[in-house]
Structure formats: C-alpha cells, structure tokens
Write a protein that binds this ligand. Structure first.
Ligand code: CP
Length: 309
C-alpha cells in the first residue's frame, strides 16, 4: 500500500507515501471519534514495541493504535529485559524475531538503530525516535495537526524554536515541511543550531520576536535539561527570557498564531503555562492525532491487501 517497506526517517521518504499516510490518518481520526473507536484491520498481526529509551506519548500511542487495529501488541522495555544482563541489541532483536513478529517499533538512543534493525528482522520497522537523528511519526502527527488546522501545508510559515541541534523532532519536521512546501525559520541560541542549517533549506534567526511576528504556527521544542552541563545554555532563566514562548511575547502579537509542542514540556522554561494551556495551543490535539497517525502508518505498512479501510 506504500512504496516503502519501513518508516525509518523522512529525509528520503517518498512524498507520495507521506501524503498517503497523512490523508489516511484523517479516516482513522473519524474512527477514533466514533463510538466504536476500533477498526479491526490488523487481526493476526503481531507487533513488538521496543523502547530502549523513556517515552510516554509515543509508547502509549503505538500500543493504543495497535489495539484499536486489533493487532497483538507486545511491549518490550530495555530496563526490565536481559539487556540489563549484557545481551546485545542484535541478539535481543534476533530472539524477538524468532518468535515470528510482523512489525517492530523501536526507540533507541543511537542514531541509525532503526535502520540497523531492518538487517535483523523480516517485518516492517518503524522508527519511534533514534537518538538525535529522526522521529518520523512525531513529524507525521505534526503534519496531520497542521493540515487539520489550516487545510493545507503548502506556503505555511512555520517557526521552530529551541534546541534544533539535538532535536530529532526538528529534523523530521523540517524534512516533512519541506516536502510539503512550507516555509521554515529556525530560531535558538547559536550553540543549539546546527552548522548545516542552511543545507537543511531553512532560514535562521536568533531573534524570537522576529519569528513570532512572521509565522502562522510556532513549534516550541523541549530544552534538553540533561545537556545543560555542556554549557550550551547559560541558565534556564536566561533561556526563558531570550527564547521562551512567554505570555508577554505572544499576547503582544498583532495576529493569532498556533502553538505546537511535541512534549514533554518544560513549563516555565521554553513555554509559559498560560501559553501551553491557551486556546491557540494544539498540543493535546497533537497527542490525539498521534494515535490516528500511527494507526495509519501501521495499517499502510502491515495490513494485508484484502483489508480495506
Ligand atoms: N513527543 C514524544 O516523543 O514524547 P515521548 O518521549 O513521551 O514519547
């Protein structure tokens, strides 16, 4: 149903596949909003969710999407597995594959781990975040949320604020937005912007007010507090003051802009609570669209041709 067998990243993913996933997500959203909330299209398929890193949204969302599609869903968490006894990633995966699985969802701290997985298992592999490389399913749910809100993505003005350097969400969002024809400006301290930002085809600024006055939608990114010791941010307070999505800044704008954030949020650092909880924020819509998008991805990658939506 897609040209691609796996979903590893969006950089080289066909635009036709991306559009098909987005369009199909809206059909699953309708199903999620119906009293039934289920579409048994993956009956008999076994999917394992392998999380080697912490997750709330992505893990629950995939598990729920699999259950709503009638698949057999298995959750693997490295912290309670034999990885703790020294078993390698290769052995772990080959053992899981020996149990005859149809698909694997993987989150891992190492960039390239999802691609590596395709060498060891026969089924479809879906990247749920690999280090600072990509988080394609987050970007797809972001595109669904934008299309739902604006009706189209072409020529949309999107500002992305924060830690672009370490953010897999920023990379996947940029690849998706560029394929779909949006204009993008990234903004953050120079220590958190990649040196190849120009090669990514985006404009750069260090002035948040300039971006906010220009954009239709702003995506705030989590400041990775675990990296603060590297000295890339002087302090949480200074970051908030220079790059925070503050009530003071947003309330001064001459037009309404849509506020997005992939979560988890650091309230009071990259975003004020008053903004995160405001009517212009679509942060919880992103979460619901995450289930619909992941149902779409799983269906299009794993369903038998006879299973029609
Ligand atoms: N947005 C996101 O990936 O959140 P989790 O880390 O909770 O899955």
């Amino acid at each position: 149903m897609l040209k691609s067998k796996h979903l590893i990243g969006l950089e080289h993913f066909p635009t036709s596949d991306l559009n098909k996933i987005i369009d199909t997500s809206f059909k699953f959203k309708e199903i999620l909003e119906s009293p039934e909330r289920k579409a048994i299209l993956l009956k008999g398929k076994t999917i394992v969710n392998m999380f080697f890193e912490n997750s709330t949204r992505t893990k629950i969302s995939f598990t729920l999407a699999e259950k709503r599609l009638g698949a057999d869903s298995i959750n693997f968490s490295s912290s309670t597995s034999s990885v703790k006894k020294g078993e390698t990633l290769k052995d772990t995966i080959q053992n899981i594959d020996a149990m005859k699985i149809d698909g694997a969802v993987i989150r891992h701290g190492h960039p390239g781990s999802a691609l590596k997985l395709t060498e060891y298992i026969d089924g479809a592999v879906i990247n749920a975040g690999d280090g600072s490389h990509e988080h394609p399913t987050q970007a797809i749910l972001d595109m669904v949320t934008l299309k739902e809100k604006f009706g189209k993505i072409k020529n949309l003005k999107v500002g992305i604020i924060g830690d672009i350097l370490n953010s897999r969400v920023a990379r996947s969002d940029i690849f998706a937005l560029k394929k779909l024809g949006a204009e993008i400006v990234v903004c953050g301290p120079s220590t958190l912007l990649p040196s190849n930002a120009k090669q990514l085809g985006v404009n750069i600024t260090h002035n948040i007010d300039e971006v906010l006055n220009w954009c239709d939608v702003v995506i705030g990114l989590r400041i990775q507090l675990e990296r603060m010791h590297l000295g890339r941010i002087p302090s949480k307070r200074e970051y908030h003051s220079e790059f925070g999505l503050t009530y003071e800044r947003i309330s001064k704008l001459k037009k309404d802009i849509v506020i997005m954030h992939p979560g988890p949020m650091n309230r009071g650092v990259e975003i004020d609570s008053k903004i995160a909880d405001s009517d212009n924020a679509v942060i919880l819509d992103q979460v619901l669209n995450g289930v619909a998008s992941r149902m779409s991805i799983l269906y299009l990658l794993l369903a038998d041709k006879s299973e029609k939506l």
